[in-house]
Write a protein that binds this ligand. Structure first.
Ligand SMILES: Cc1cc2nc3c(=O)[nH]c(=O)nc-3n(C[C@H](O)[C@H](O)[C@H](O)COP(=O)(O)O)c2cc1C
Length: 361
């Protein structure tokens, strides 16, 4: 194992992905008990919410912890654009038993603008802190490093990887196109769309710092081949979605289970994307998940320009929270990677042990 990861005392080079809204202290602790790295997705949390999650995870004896923040650019505000976006969905609000909001607001702020969150993290000292969508401020990164925390940045291409390495990041998470959830691509128009194995092959020669591969890993065999391809560890998100300890909402679990059944009976073709779509329609940034009303509408209707991430996400979250019983199913994000057809509903400790056994670790 890479010395920086061995120093964490992990039994296996397996990372549970931080997943805002889905990862829980109970999940992180169960993963940790099995000898892998448990994580908390704090990108959508307030500093106070983050403090609660970190302290609960420690009290559940998550000895080694990985916390994650979002470093997206601060969204440009355009009241006219936001109003047009609300109007575009007005009939959906009414059809599902609600009223459109008067205004939209970013549901959370980027890490670069949240020194209260930085202070909480520095106090709780998770052993690993990673960033999605970009990098923290130079002084924030320096403070984390000074506290002895291993810092990581999730990247989807060599250019972003070089920017992170130049900034002094401690290691990289190579996120391939198969991955569930948001693409971590820094602020750029062009997405090279590299699969996990291809991205790993491009990034390995760039650095000797820890390189963690993520995207489409559901079985120990997948894990093993990425380790052979040069990864120091492997990060899995989708694989944990049906664990009882995960915070996956009931409607989300039901959709995943129905999707799994449809893939198994052939009602949905088990092709490369396994019925998932990569779309910015829900939040304003590309993310992979199951189709829903919004992704289906996105291609059909002439829509006004979409407000940027995460303002657009505010509208989707409001639609998903409408009183109609099927609103969550119609509008809620069901992030999932292309490995969704291989989901296993196992307790997290058992899942990690199974993965390790299959990988021959
Ligand atoms: C439900 C869900 C939520 C996610 N949320 C985050 C997050 O908050 N922060 C983050 O860095 N990555 C997040 N990701 C991406 C993961 O870190 C990782 O790249 C991805 O899960 C790997 O692909 P896989 O889902 O095929 O295992 C999320 C993924 C999923 C499935």
């Amino acid at each position: 194992m890479h010395a920086a990861l061995a120093a964490l005392g992990l039994r296996y080079p397996i990372f549970q992905a931080p997943m805002a809204g889905v990862s829980t202290p109970a999940l992180a602790a169960a993963v940790c008990r099995a000898g892998a790295l448990g994580a908390l997705g704090l990108g959508a949390s307030t500093a106070e919410g983050a403090r609660r999650q970190l302290s609960e995870a420690r009290s559940l004896e998550a000895r080694v912890l990985h916390a994650n923040g979002f470093c997206h650019p601060s969204p440009a505000r355009d009241a006219g654009q936001e109003q047009a976006w609300i109007q575009h969905f007005e009939s959906a609000f009414r059809a599902y038993g609600g009223l459109p909001p008067e205004a939209l607001a970013p549901p959370y702020v980027p890490f670069q603008e949240d020194d209260a969150l930085l202070a909480v993290v520095l106090e709780a000292k998770p052993e690993v802190v990673s960033f999605h969508f970009g990098l923290p401020r130079e002084d924030q990164l320096a403070a984390l490093k000074k506290a002895g925390i291993l810092t990581l940045a999730s990247v989807t291409c060599a250019e972003d990887a070089k920017a992170a390495l130049d900034a002094g990041i401690g290691g990289l998470i190579a996120q391939g196109l198969e991955a569930g959830g948001h693409r971590s691509t820094f602020d750029r128009e062009v997405d090279e769309g590299l699969c996990t194995a291809a991205l790993l092959a491009q990034l390995r020669p760039l650095t000797e710092r820890p390189l963690i591969a993520a995207g489409g890993v559901m079985r120990g065999q997948d894990l093993r081949s990425l380790l052979k391809g040069g990864a120091d560890a492997v990060q899995l998100g989708t694989a944990f979605l049906l664990c009882p300890e995960a915070g996956t909402a009931p409607a989300y679990r039901a959709r995943l289970s129905a999707h799994l059944a449809a893939l198994q009976t052939g009602a949905i073709p088990a092709d490369l994307e396994a019925g998932t779509v990569l779309t910015a329609a829900l939040s304003g940034r590309p993310a992979r998940g199951l189709q829903n009303e919004i992704t289906a509408r996105a291609g059909l209707l002439a829509a006004p320009p979409q407000p940027p991430y995460p303002i657009a996400y505010d509208l989707t979250k409001r639609l998903a929270a409408l009183p109609a019983p099927d609103a969550a199913e119609a509008f809620g994000a069901c992030w999932a990677g292309t490995g969704v057809g291989q989901l296993r509903a196992l307790p997290a400790t058992e899942l990690v042990e199974t993965l390790a056994r299959e990988a021959g670790l």
